[in-house]
Ligand binder design. Sequence first.
Ligand code: MN
Length: 738
Amino acid sequence: MVLKKAMSSMASLINSRSAVGLEDVASEVLNHHPDAATAYLEKAFEIGSKAHDGQVRQSGEAYFTHPTEVALILAKSKLDLETVAAGFLHDVLEDSAITVEDLARDFGGSLSIIVDGVSKISKMKFRDQHVAQAENYRKMILAMSKDIRVLIVKLADRLHNMRTLSFLREDKRQRISQETLEIYAPLAHRIGMSHFKAELEELSFQNLKPEAFKQLNDQLLSRNKKNRHMVDHVTGLVQDLLASNQIEGNVASRIKSHYSIYNKLVNKKTTIEGIYDYYAFRILVHSVQDCYAMLGILHERWRPIPGRFKDFIATPKPNLYQSLHTTLISETGTPFEVQIRTVMMHRIAEEGVAAHWTYKNGRLMSLGKVDYTKWLKKLADEQMEVKDAHEFLETIKGELQRDEILVFTPAGEIKTLPKEATPLDFAYMIHTELGHRTTGAKVDGKMISLKSPLQSGNIVEILTSNSQKPSQEWLKIVKTASARNKIRQWLRTEEKKQSIDLGKKIFDRELRRKKIPIKTVTKEAIQKHLSAFQVKKLEDFYSSIGFGRITPTKAIEPFLPEESKDKRSAKDIRESRIKRAINRITKRSNQQVTVRGQSDVLVYLAKCCKPIIGDPVVGYITRGRGVAVHKADCKTLTQMGVSHERRIDVDWDKSSEKQIFSVRVRVYTEDRPGMIADISQAIASSKTNVKQFKASVDTGRSMGIFDLVIEIHTLDHLEKVFVALRKTKGVLSYERQS
Ligand code: MN
């Protein structure tokens, strides 16, 4: 950021001292990428320095020292040419007349996207008022979602600003440090760039709590002196152990970061004496086997503290950190922590995501078995300690999973949805109740239909009404499984509620009809008879009536006065006579199947799958039309998503074996003369009536197609027809249509 632009030219004179230059950056890049085309860097350096010409930092240095330092940080992090060049240019959009288009033309699309993204993020202040903040997130996320290197350059930029923070006013220092600690350090951690993270934390801590920092630093120095002997002793012993076991490797010791020790002191409410693991020894070896071998050797040499061993090799941390950790007790009784890992693991531990550009075509990716995209996805899936920062990472997820979109609530919260998701999916994602009450949606302030797919970046506002209810239609609109499940769940509950109400009404009406005083049929009285109806709860009793599983006559039976049980009323007799008459007339179509345990339920065969006797079947209680019998594997039934409540066991009625079923069969044949006669003959030979016979020719494929409706008694009968068809010359295939 430009702190003071175009100050007096005097200031830039002050600064002719040893500033870093193009050569430093270029040689650093060549260190890691010997084939890099440094002319590209040179161009970025020239255009950048021209753009910032005359601008001065708060420190009095020429402004361009900052972008140059940022480029150097990126080069030292072994990043690729474009990223390093973006370091030189990361502030030009804000501080000069250069446009994104200019950058795209001169340096290519990727660089312009990186610089544009960094500029957008730099404009945001995260400790702002809440309204502005929400909008900030939105912009930031969109900026970062284009390229993860936006974040890396931004982190390098922040790192250099933190290093030079002392030139700023106290209040600015505090704000920037706070923001760094809460947002940027966790981000660096999540993408595995631990050297960035550690330095950002250390500098923030130093600025936010200078006294605590100094006090801790003094304590560490004095303890360090005391422990010097122990540390050297252990280091020497470990080196000997490596050598005597012929394991190639080295050992180093370090004090953990001030910030992490400070946090431990605060969290454990203890003093520096109470902490023993602020010291860590790190052993780097060359293979995983050596890691475990060394672990065994150390555990033999020193006593390990139980419960302190951690195997991050077998189970890497979310940011892919791998290492073995163990804490041992020295001869003098001082515990010390040891970390053992391979050189490669160490690289990843230090450089994180940046390692990807370092070894793009090299060994790291294969050796470390790290799939870059999976890695980032995993990162994004992890919960962040800092909520804000978590949301940054959501973007990376959005970028990497091309089939996902990112949309925003009016408050700026980010939601990830599958592509093609609708406002209804969005509503259900936020809250089930919100989903149920959705009547419409505004996208970016404009009303849209509930069916229209959302786009990445949309701000979605859901309109609701308390009288709104989900409907079957909604199942066709939503794209997410969770929304679909919630709607189904609601529909089922609602269906049950309705059937309970309906059942209660039917029950009461039947009681009145039979002149049974309703008062005598108390809940308790019904409860006594529930088991007879094979239900457990009163509401199941009512819903069974509502669904038609228990007929009204059956339902009130236990409550009939004793005398009326045997002599039915004249009206009942008359009714059952009519019923029998109807049954006789409709027998063919509806009495082939019996509903288990019931004989007076209206049954019909579903038209969609036309089951015939012998087919495994299932009953489905329709509203008002009785029980529909479907083939157990009927596709229509599955599509309807029928609730368990409405399924019912049905069996084929034995006596229905003389019944006739219509079956549709399609036969594919060669296109030759006499085919029609042969098909007719085949079917006639199996003693089958043909109700419909339609022949057509598919000239394109030179095939005859016969659509038949035949009358069948049993599955065996149908099989006979098929056998006859198989034997007919020219028949290619046939299928039963449902
Ligand atoms: Mn900057």
